[in-house]
Design a protein around this ligand. Structure first.
Ligand code: HPA
Length: 283
């Protein structure tokens, strides 16, 4: 791991965030954390409007900042239904040129702020049978096809074990909770496997046929490294994809970031409603 994103840097960023987010001393900020993907940042605005506090990534020591349109870069802490939560409004990606260790730096900061249950969200292309743009998918498992891993390099035992187990990477316990909450709210939830690719080009139709053969239902350019790092840290993870478009070769139209943002905005209300319901359940 690069020395610029090691344990001391995580501690420094967490200390800065704790102060800006109004936590006293080394008191935990929240036990529940949320990563909000492309166009899905609305929940953080709701939390901020209800008395939450925010800090820009660009103000924080060692924190990577995103260049992607539609991604803000802030940590927001506050309460939802009485439960304390800290949200990442925007994330960075491996395709922006950050190393995998830099990509997961914010997740390590969340852990240092007290987060033990992490909800990870993303915008993704859909390739599961019957999927349509606008579907929400509970991530049951992932395929890390980025060719990279945030744990490459010397292992820092303060973060976790050299060879972390990923057999419950998306915790069965939390998936059951999510299905229960979605059912109670009459929110339709697909389930499936998320394939994480490097990007930034979208896939070819041949690659999508390959991914289908491999058992994937959704494809995107984020999430898998964060989930590996979160499991390394011993966090329980829940993942939800917003299917913003049908994948290449399935979609009748060309893929574009505009379509991704449009669908994310359209589904935003339902998506935000689900996330706001889930937060107190995870506490
Ligand atoms: N492919 C990869 N990443 C994505 C897609 C897609 O179709 N849609 C949103 N993110």
């Amino acid at each position: 791991m690069s020395s610029t994103v090691g344990h001391p840097q995580v501690q420094a960023a967490a200390a800065f965030a704790r102060e800006r987010l109004g936590a006293r001393g080394d008191e935990e900020v929240a036990a529940v954390g949320v990563v909000l993907g492309s166009g899905l940042g609305h929940v953080a605005d709701v939390v901020e409007e209800n008395g939450g506090k925010a800090v820009e990534y660009s103000a924080m020591p060692h924190f990577p900042t995103s260049s992607v349109e539609g991604h803000k870069g802030r940590l927001v802490a506050g309460r939802v239904g009485g439960a304390r939560v800290v949200l990442m409004q925007g994330r960075v990606h491996r395709y922006e040129g950050y190393s995998a260790a830099q990509v997961v730096f914010p997740v390590r900061v969340l852990h240092a702020l007290g987060v033990r249950r992490l909800l990870v969200t993303n915008a993704a292309g859909g390739l599961g049978d019957g999927f349509v743009a606008g579907d929400l998918m509970l991530i049951e498992d992932h395929l890390n096809l980025t060719g990279d891993n945030p744990l490459v390099g010397a292992n820092d035992a303060r973060f976790g074990a050299r060879f972390p187990d990923l057999s419950d990477a998306y915790a069965a316990r939390l998936r059951e909770l999510a299905v229960k909450v979605a059912t109670e709210r009459s929110i339709a939830l697909r389930r499936g496997v998320y394939a994480g690719l490097l990007g930034p080009s979208y896939e070819t139709p041949a690659e999508i046929r390959m991914l289908k053969t491999l058992g994937a239902h959704a494809v995107g350019m984020s999430t898998v490294h964060e989930v590996i790092a979160a499991n390394h840290l011993g966090m329980e993870v829940l993942g939800i994809s917003c299917i913003t478009n049908l994948a290449a070769g399935i979609s009748p139209v060309k893929l574009s970031h505009d379509e991704v943002k449009e669908t994310a905005t359209r589904v935003g209300q339902v998506f935000s409603g689900l996330v706001l319901q889930l937060i107190p359940t995870l506490a």
